[in-house]
Design a protein around this ligand. Sequence first.
Ligand code: SF4
Ligand code: SF4
Length: 379
Amino acid sequence: MPAISGEQVALVRCNRYEPGEVRSALEEIFAFHGGIEAVVGSGKKVLLKPNLLSAVAPSKTVTTNPLIVKVVAEMIQEAGGKVFIGDSPGHDNQEKAHRICGLQEVIEATGAEPLYFSDPVYKQVEGYRLWEIPLAPELSRVDLVINLAKLKTHSFTGMTAAVKNVYGCVPGKHKARFHFEHPLPKDFSRLLLDVYYAVRPAFSIIDAVVAMEGAGPRNGRPRQVGLLMGGMNALALDVVAASVLGFQPEQVTTNAEARKLRLEGSDLESIIIKGKELEEVRLAGFDLGPVSKGRIGRLLALLPFARIRDFMTARRPYPRINPDLCSGCGVCQQSCPARAIEFCGSIPDIDYHGCIRCYCCQEFCGQGAVELSGSRSGN
Ligand code: SF4
Ligand code: SF4
């Protein structure tokens, strides 16, 4: 599958979700790429694809801040484009997610049309893991996609940003199926790259005004970063974003696989950074999360031999239910692709023989009750 060219990334300061400040930062990002007119073109139908993981309030930093979506929508409309907004949440229904994540207000204020993703159509590809990809049929209604990602830690891949955000174009249950069929991070990461290249967003923006650190992508803590980032190559954006947070770029498994495949945008040294210097904005003390932090996680990225790195990556922590936090809602059981969660009472029980350590349970537990630890007993 041919890579996406363009290895330029813009890093622009934006310290608050304030309309004027967001607009000015986004204008600067697009100006580095010839202006929004060069990206969108008059009369084009454009899908804005935010991160809509779950129906949670914007203050939780789980989803793309609605102000970013609103300002990009307005800019596209001013450039003569027609705006659509859509994503497939991991668990909640899309309408509810729009309402709670603040997107319904954006839809009403801008007149953008919501696209509710339905049963997929299969796109044939020559991918690194897949030969056909179930994609939302609504993608065929638009001329191009603009990818509006949120910067967060991720238990399975290390970090979620621009490349992983495109996975939301795979509707509902197929996302869980892929987790089950591709349980190793390196294989799943290649699959994510396949989906990214199949959708091929025309432009990607990462909302890192406030990012998420710790137990992302659902139960981490907000962390002020004060940046918006943008570029045509989502992979290059992710490599730079990882460096901003203090990862070695290859601690993020999609970056590592892309580097092995020598994809354009995967080598930090060859990326042209506009706006702020990387050294100027790199964070100190960002909590990289339960999988990536600690000595093993940091060493992983430095291991020279891919096979050793893959072996070490397979030795991932176990999910455990904290009964003090668990409400017994059952969302983890519904989201477990391996059907490894059962209820024998009010608290779920994990069958570790069946568990593939995909961490979907941790991702979708709204109580933060699924914790990751080095052993099944929690040590
Ligand atoms: S662990 Fe979380 S998702 Fe599972 S039942 Fe308890 S509260 Fe619900
Ligand atoms: S128990 Fe959790 S980590 Fe294990 S397979 Fe199920 S969802 Fe994935």
